[in-house]
Write a protein that binds this ligand. Sequence first.
Ligand SMILES: C[S@@+](CC[C@H](N)C(=O)[O-])C[C@H]1O[C@@H](n2cnc3c(N)ncnc32)[C@H](O)[C@@H]1O
Length: 212
Amino acid sequence: MGKEFIEIFEKWADTYDSSLTKDIEYKEVFRGYDQILDSVANKAFGEVVEFGPGTGNLTVKLLELGLSVTGIEPSPAMRKLADEKLKGKAVVKDGDFLSFTVEKKPDVFVSTYAFHHLTDKEKAEAITLYSNLLSSSGKIVFADTMFRSEEEYEKAKAAASQSGFHNLAADLAREYYSTIPKLKGMLEENGFTATFTRLNEFVWIMEGIKLQ
Ligand SMILES: C[S@@+](CC[C@H](N)C(=O)[O-])C[C@H]1O[C@@H](n2cnc3c(N)ncnc32)[C@H](O)[C@@H]1O
């Protein structure tokens, strides 16, 4: 479930890190990438589970903060690159947002640029699952592209097409970018307080703190 985009990452893995600064179409999506990862890492504590670590850039930052991290990554090519970067300091296991195993009770679930691979129905299922697994006062801290409304989402698709950014326009149409009101509702229905902070034109940090 939610793994229909893995082929894209199998092909992209080897050039992923270098493409972040080079691809003109995704310039705004990845603007401030390093600070976005820092902002997520700085909100984490204790036992951290990271979904879709890709090549392991956020994982490195979490480890530098002295946190214990388990990565859950469905793409074998990405897992290989993450293993090379992390040199055994964190385990990156096969799995996905909805199907994974953890050894210890997680304090925080983190993710960057990945939650939009789940449909809204799957996102709601995932948040219910995390609510049941988290320690009390545990958190979900996900940075991803999201929109304030369906209208804003439609405008972003049109703007990408008008700029001739056909890959970005196709991506926005194909994958499951959500709106903040929907995500806020999913968090609150599952007993989290929800805050959203904008980091560039596309990316927001969604932070859900589990109420005791
Ligand atoms: C755009 S990359 C982001 C990588 C990294 N988190 C970063 O910020 O650079 C998306 C990652 O999500 C992974 N992914 C795709 N579908 C997923 C799913 N259903 N569950 C977990 N990870 C998924 C991909 O394999 C890829 O590694």
